[in-house]
Ligand binder design. Sequence first.
Ligand code: PMP
Length: 387
Amino acid sequence: MAAFEQRLGAALAQRREQQLYRQRLTLDSPQGPVVRLDGRDYLNFCSNDYLGLAAHPRLVASFQRAAAEYGVGSGASHLVCGHSRPHRQLEEALAEHTGRARALLFSSGYAANTGTLATLLQPGDRVLQDRLNHASLLDGGLHSGARFRRFGHNDVADLARKLSAGEGPALVVVDGVFSMDGDSAPLPELAALCRLHDAWLMVDDAHGFGVNGDNGAGTVAAAGLGEDEVPVLMATLGKALGTGGAFVAGSETLIEALVQQARNYIYTTAICPALAAATLTALALLRDEAWRRAQLGELIQRFRRGAEQLQLPLMASASAIQPLLVGDAGTALQMSQALRDRGLLISAIRPPTVPAGTSRLRITLSAAHSEEQVDRLLEELARCRPQ
Ligand code: PMP
């Protein structure tokens, strides 16, 4: 037993030495542009609550109503007796919102990705993934039994070479909006290439669903693509939708295969019914409060204009994710700490989440921020940049 303790201790010490140690924060407030931590208010530029829905009164009221009706626990997995009316209504609404035959709820995006890849793939298949894909996609691909290949980030020519080089059914997998870079996949080009090679395309739109496209239908819809071009669409509900969980949308066959076979769907407790009810309200708000997407778009522009004037090292992103490239992990950490001292929460993203030498401040904007808050962010970034 001592061997385990020793090994774990050594790994932790090494992390500390390499400036890769991660700390959790304990908030004493809801998500929002300002959060409370250790008795102090901070401007929050690190949450994925892009539309400011996580503490929206209508979501909270839906949650409370459904909790009163259905309780707070689902009690079992979907296939046993954990599937209730709010889950079903939410799945139907998600299918409609994404223009697909059906949608299936998972308890997290991590489970949705790993479960879907495990169900779709078998030995003899090929899975080709952008090298900056989210960890859950990479893990799902690596453990799927299929031949796993990465292609260069957004490098359609590299993907074309790799598709031509191999044989067997091929699944191409990308993030719609990349979580740590904020840029988007070239979906029309990828879809055309997949068609040429008779490959399937899966898009994880965790950071685009709710934000991009008409009524927030997502990055795939915004690119003018449907189920024919992108047969497997996945998105999470814990970001722009403000709640939690995830879904996969696609054909009747795809979804029924996931219900019957995806171990991450079958052997896990369904999300709480009240959370499904709150998410249903969030979907309605995508239509009712379209100003949130417009407001977010304006804040993104304002931030980018200001950062350019200040010559801050912006990465090429048009999304709510606006990373500043720092490079060294220790420097990124120091900047994040200096910003914290001045009342701003911004996380330093370091390896292994991003490649070595590309540590960054991952700044995220929300429709709930004000122009003044974005201006303050710019001011503080200029003050805290390395000299
Ligand atoms: N895919 C992407 C692109 C993500 O950024 C995330 C979460 N950060 C996930 C999947 C996992 O989703 P969840 O947090 O619901 O497990």
